[in-house]
Design a protein around this ligand. Structure first.
Ligand SMILES: Nc1ncnc2c1ncn2[C@@H]1O[C@H](COP(=O)(O)OP(=O)(O)OP(=O)(O)O)[C@@H](O)[C@H]1O
Length: 251
């Protein structure tokens, strides 16, 4: 088996304006009433600009950048969720990503049924899902609610279940976007430990975060994004310094 790696050459990614232009009836009526005939000037968003990056087995890479710099887009592109507009993207290895935990629940189905739905979305086989089911149920620790429909859950309970499923199986390449945030204090401690275990097992980690001390503890390499471009790629402490300089933050 070849070692996992990520190779990106001159990658560009645009979000098409067709997908997010305002098309509501209210706006249309508003335009008619106010006589506003101005064409909607919304442009495509050029979210990743000429990205060149190579990540090899054994590397733990932190992504830094201001809000909207392109970190999440980069991770979703690397997970093959978004098509690229141009360039070359080669990803070798089994990718596991931890992004938006709130996505993909079926509200009328029970927690237990949702373990299967989400697991299948994550690419896990029904057989593997049956093997990990009890462990996921135990980690989520929802008591009898596991057999109730998701629509009866609080936000925190949904996060616990989503997290338990999404982190049940690791991969060669882990792509993580600052995930934890909800859940009570006891769950957070468990969740952090579980993420660190996954990171330990992964051969490549790419982690986007605004928490510099976590980045400096976990990663050796740092990549700084600024307005969709990579402006620094090197040692993590240097990356933090560059981020602060580029964004006018005092040391
Ligand atoms: N679904 C989308 N449709 C259109 N534009 C988007 C979409 N998602 C992100 N963008 C735009 O792409 C750019 C990069 O956003 P992205 O979410 O990748 O930033 P980020 O670095 O992850 O920010 P944050 O630190 O706030 O999470 C921004 O200009 C943002 O407005």
């Amino acid at each position: 088996m070849t070692s996992p790696y990520i190779l990106l050459e001159n990658v560009n990614l645009h979000y098409s304006s067709v997908a997010f232009k305002e098309r509501s009836l209210k706006t249309l009526l508003g335009n008619i009433l106010t006589g506003n005939k101005k064409k909607n000037a919304v442009q495509d968003v050029h979210a990743l600009k000429n990205i060149n990056l190579e990540v090899r087995a054994g590397e733990r890479v932190g992504l830094l950048g201001h809000n909207g710099a392109g970190k999440s887009t980069f991770l979703k592109m690397a997970a093959d969720l978004y098509p690229i507009s141009s360039g070359r993207r080669i990803i070798k290895g089994n990718v596991r990503s931890l992004f938006d935990l709130s996505l993909g629940f079926e509200p009328d189905a029970t927690g237990r049924e949702n373990i299967f739905y989400r697991g299948l979305l994550l690419g896990l086989s029904p057989r593997l899902l049956r093997e990990i089911e009890e462990e996921v149920v135990a980690f989520a620790d929802l008591g009898e609610f596991i057999d109730y429909p998701i629509k009866t859950y609080s936000a925190g309970m949904q996060v616990r279940l989503a997290f338990a499923i999404s982190t049940a199986v690791g991969g060669d390449i882990m792509l993580i976007d600052e995930v934890i945030g909800a859940g009570d204090a006891r769950f957070m401690v468990k969740a952090k430990k579980r993420i660190l275990d996954l990171v330990e097992q992964a051969k490549i980690l790419v982690l986007a975060s605004h928490d510099f001390s976590a980045l400096q503890t976990i990663c050796q390499r740092g990549v700084v994004f600024h307005r969709g471009e990579i402006v620094f790629d090197g040692e993590i402490t240097e990356a933090v310094k560059t981020y602060k300089r580029v964004n006018g933050i005092g040391a």
